[in-house]
Design a protein around this ligand. Structure first.
Ligand SMILES: NC(=O)c1ccc[n+]([C@@H]2O[C@H](COP(=O)([O-])OP(=O)(O)OC[C@H]3O[C@@H](n4cnc5c(N)ncnc54)[C@H](OP(=O)(O)O)[C@@H]3O)[C@@H](O)[C@H]2O)c1
Length: 323
């Protein structure tokens, strides 16, 4: 089968190439899916670059452990192992293989029942492929890590990106009041996602404007949480979703100390694929509570260029690759 091959860490357009490899073999609990589309998130360029360095403990210390990268996909089940009970050949599905060995940037991907969901009929393969990673991060970050409740006020920093655009829509669906933060060119886009208020970060600093939020969901954490600490309500929660590598380390070290001294808290989380949450995302897509915005669709052979595009950090919504 055709696949994107990853044998060394580095620049996506230099180290990745299209090649031909064997179709994955199946174990008793495995599912073979013919991929229709996959999507790219910030995590993909980190895996291709091998940065930040601690990521290599999971993905290969000196060279990539997994030959084919890619987490998020949609497609049609082609074969199932004898222990698989929830799907059968011909079912349209979508999922996230980040916990089961990657491999989505290929004509076929191997998955298991706990990292996929059936694709709703009224959702396109491109929309479904755009949804797992960003949807899981938004859902688990807001619901489980922040404990967001109806009526609370949440600020979503990085509201125009992949995770942020899902977070705005999911937070609205959860009954929260949402303030999105983005640059000037994305203000109308974030408003169209349903945000009640939008702050243009090129004109106004939410850390200095006297706004108070029950939750700050930071998907563009490029400054220390201490600079936005006073923007939390007395029992508010700051959630570090993603941003600068050094800031991640700093938040891991200093966050618990800060949290103990105050009613306010600092939290970090790592989204994990599971069938229940993927089914929840499928429901949200199917009822139209969440509509993925796809900025660009690339052909399969241009997957490295698509990853390089996302690495610029300016993507509006999601980037999808079709096969
Ligand atoms: N914790 C987890 O489980 C988890 C899961 C998935 C992703 N992540 C992390 O979450 C972060 C976001 O991922 P993503 O896929 O959504 O990234 P992305 O789509 O590449 O984000 C791009 C967006 O970020 C916005 N942005 C850039 N600088 C900004 C700033 N200073 N303030 C506000 N917005 C800014 C850009 O908008 P403008 O062009 O308007 O600036 C653009 O729309 C990444 O660090 C990723 O690694 C974490």
């Amino acid at each position: 089968m055709k696949a994107i091959i990853h044998k060394a860490y580095g620049n996506p357009t230099t180290v990745l190439h299209t090649g031909s490899i064997d179709t994955p073999s199946l174990g008793p609990a495995d599912i073979l899916i013919r991929v229709h589309a996959c999507s790219i998130g910030a995590g993909d360029w980190h895996v291709v670059r091998g940065t930040p360095f601690p990521l290599r403990f999971a993905f290969g210390l000196f060279r990539p452990k997994y030959t084919v990268p890619g987490n998020d996909f949609s497609g049609v089940v082609e074969k199932v192992g004898p222990n698989v009970t929830t799907v059968q050949p011909g079912d349209a599905v979508f999922g996230d293989v980040s916990l089961v060995g990657l491999g989505a940037f290929a004509e076929h991907v191997r998955a298991s029942e706990d990292v996929i969901s059936v694709k709703p009929e009224n959702v396109t393969f491109e929309e479904a492929a755009a949804s797992p990673g960003a949807g899981l991060a938004a859902l688990q970050g807001l619901r489980d890590t922040a404990g967001l409740r109806p009526g609370q006020h949440v600020l979503i920093n990085g509201a125009s990106g992949g995770v942020g655009s899902f977070a705005v829509q999911i937070a609205k669906h959860m009954g929260a009041r949402v303030t999105g933060v983005c640059s000037t060119r994305n203000v109308d886009f974030v408003t169209s996602l349903g945000a009640d208020d939008v702050i243009d970060y090129t004109r106004e600093d939410f850390g200095q404007n006297h706004g108070r939020y029950d939750v700050i969901f930071d998907a563009a954490a490029y400054r220390p949480f201490s600079q936005v600490w006073n923007s939390l309500t007395p029992n508010g929660t700051y959630v570090f979703v993603g941003g600068g590598d050094a800031l991640l380390m700093r938040t891991m070290l200093l966050g618990p100390l800060r949290s103990r001294k105050n009613g306010r808290s600092v939290k970090i989380f790592m989204a994990r694929a599971n069938a229940t949450d993927l089914q929840r995302i499928a429901e949200l897509l199917s009822i139209g509570a969440v509509k993925p915005y796809i900025e660009r669709v690339y052909p399969f052979d241009e997957t490295p260029q698509a990853i390089a595009f996302v690495e610029r950090g300016r993507t509006r919504g999601k980037i999808v690759v079709t096969i």
